[in-house]
Design a protein around this ligand. Structure first.
Ligand code: NAD
Length: 496
């Protein structure tokens, strides 16, 4: 057995500190209630305590963001200055990558190597990518057709003001960066609310933003509960936009909360993503890809491939292959380099996974492997494969957000597309085939914000991602993601 990774002194020191909210450029003890423990989900033990920010602190953060936006301390900087600062943020994330990855592992239950090489590296790349847009954002010019008069017409993109950003616990650092980097590149001021279970890396990022030279007041970071703080931000009359990643249920609630001042709203919500494996697929790759699509981060991934559809000729092999992969996965804490799958985030989340699996069994699906919580420390759940799950069963329809996959046969491409599209969600999908023409044809027919052909779950900053149907509104990443933080203004200048 390899030696357990020992956390650095820097991470140990950070955990020991008092964890405070960043409110308008000042670090303040949260006034929203008693300090709450933060839990290592691989042991169930407390690793730190944090007091939630109060409603008054949320209001102060919004006010500071509004003032900062209007005095243009950030939005008025030249594109080159903003670019330099955001590039510096990327460098600082890389400088402190080990500490960030350790905190992400301890608080979020991730595998350390994946956190370091995957999430933290990608977080830095996100700032680098959007830094580049600062100096490259295009507008447009037109020659208007006004009879008898000459005009120059130009279209500009302007930052829309104060953005409230609410993120979940399954990718605490990377999701904070997916929100903050485009908003800052656009010139907005931000109030970020991390998930109550996993605020540490977002708070650490707050330090790095200040160190990089993001002016005080431009970014506030408020740890605390969604129902109070998140709702306050969503209802706040001085907030111009809410950018939310989380469950479809809370996303729907935000529609009502954001209505008061008709805030812009972007929603990255849940998924039940299909994986379509055709007879001619490179089977070892497809099976390994499908296993990774559902078991990485213990299935707590918005694009998790939770419904596998395998063509009749390879169905049994796919089912056996996935069950075999599930059975061989080594579960354990993320700091142990031998671990291949970490825990679920909390006891209550594990209970909701358990209940959904029970419903599958009760409704008549057949359990091939897994299907139970792992006894002992932490919130581990065994990798689970179902077959015979009917189209209307909860296990086929509802997002489990755990390491649970259904495997279902199909005959024709049309049959596969019909089953794949029979979902209220439409976030992601993958198609596995050696026939690229078919891959593209099927991709076009899937009701899904992103489709991978012969891969699954690869993040790409230049490609927009987001949901069809009830998986969301708007897109993150790419120029499209940046423009969700901007208003478009047309200017017509008369020349004669
Ligand atoms: P959640 O909706 O419970 O919470 C997400 C965030 O919203 C948290 O910060 C929470 O504190 C806050 N919140 C909760 N209630 C709120 C309210 N009434 N008003 C304002 N904010 C509120 O989701 P979760 O359980 O933390 O995360 C899992 C969900 O996130 C899954 O459904 C998953 O699919 C989704 N997700 C989607 C994407 C995507 O890009 N589409 C990415 C990751 C996760």
């Amino acid at each position: 057995m390899s030696k357990q990774h020992t956390i650095s002194q820097a991470a140990a020191d950070f955990l020991e500190e008092e964890h405070r909210a960043l409110v308008g450029g000042r670090w303040m003890t949260g006034h929203g209630g008693d300090p709450q423990p933060l839990i290592d989900p691989s042991t169930g033990n407390s690793i730190a305590r944090i007091a939630p920010a109060s409603i008054e602190q949320a209001d102060a953060a919004v006010e500071a963001a509004r003032v900062a936006f209007h005095d243009r301390r950030w939005s008025g900087q030249t594109p080159a200055q903003k670019q330099r600062t955001l590039l510096r943020v990327a460098e600082l994330i890389e400088r402190d990558a080990q500490t960030l990855a350790e905190l992400e592992t301890l608080n979020g239950g991730k595998l350390y190597a994946a956190a370091l090489r995957g999430e933290v590296a990608h977080a830095a790349e996100t700032f680098r990518y959007y830094a580049g847009w600062c100096t490259k954002l295009p507008g447009a010019t037109f020659e208007p057709s006004v009879p008898g008069q000459r005009f120059h017409g130009l279209i500009r993109h302007e930052p829309l003001g104060v953005a409230a950003q609410i993120v979940p616990w399954n990718g605490p650092l990377v999701m904070a960066c997916w929100k903050l980097a485009p908003a800052l590149a656009a010139g907005c001021s931000c109030v970020l609310k991390p998930a109550e279970l996993t605020p540490l890396t977002a708070l650490y990022l707050g330090r790095l933003l200040l160190e990089a030279g993001v002016p005080e007041g431009v970014v506030s970071i408020l740890p605390g509960p969604g129902g109070k703080l998140g709702q306050r931000l969503a209802r706040h009359p001085q907030v111009n936009k809410v950018a939310f990643t989380g469950s479809t249920e809370v996303g729907k609630q935000l529609l009502a909360d954001a209505r008061g001042n008709l805030k812009r709203l972007s929603l990255e919500l849940g998924g039940k993503s299909p994986v379509l494996i055709f007879n001619d697929a490179n089977l070892p790759r497809a099976i390994a890809g499908a296993a990774d699509a559902i078991f990485s981060n213990a299935g707590q991934v918005c694009v998790a491939g939770s419904r596998v559809y395998a063509q009749a000729g390879v169905y049994q092999e796919v089912l056996d292959g996935l069950a075999d992969a599930a059975g061989r996965l080594k579960l354990g804490p993320g700091l142990n380099p031998d671990s291949q799958m970490g825990p679920l985030i909390s006891a209550s989340h594990r209970e909701s996974v358990r209940a959904l699996v029970e419903s599958g069994i009760r409704e008549g699906a057949q359990l091939v492997t897994g299907g139970e919580p792992v006894s002992g420390d932490g919130f581990f759940y065994s990798p689970t494969v179902f077959t015979g799950a009917g189209e209307d069963m909860r296990i086929t329809r509802e997002e489990v957000f755990g390491p649970v996959v259904t495997v279902t046969p199909f005959e024709t491409a049309n049959d596969a597309i019909r089953q794949a599209n029979r979902s209220r969600y439409g976030l992601a999908a993958s198609v596995w085939t050696r026939d690229l023409a078919r891959g593209h044809q099927v991709a076009e027919s899937l009701e899904s914000g992103i489709v991978w052909i012969n891969s699954h779950g690869i993040p790409e900053l230049s490609m927009p991602i987001g949901g069809y149907k009830q998986s969301g509104w708007g897109r993150e990443h790419g120029l499209e993601g940046l423009k969700t933080y901007m208003e478009t203004k047309s200017i017509m200048a008369r020349l004669d």
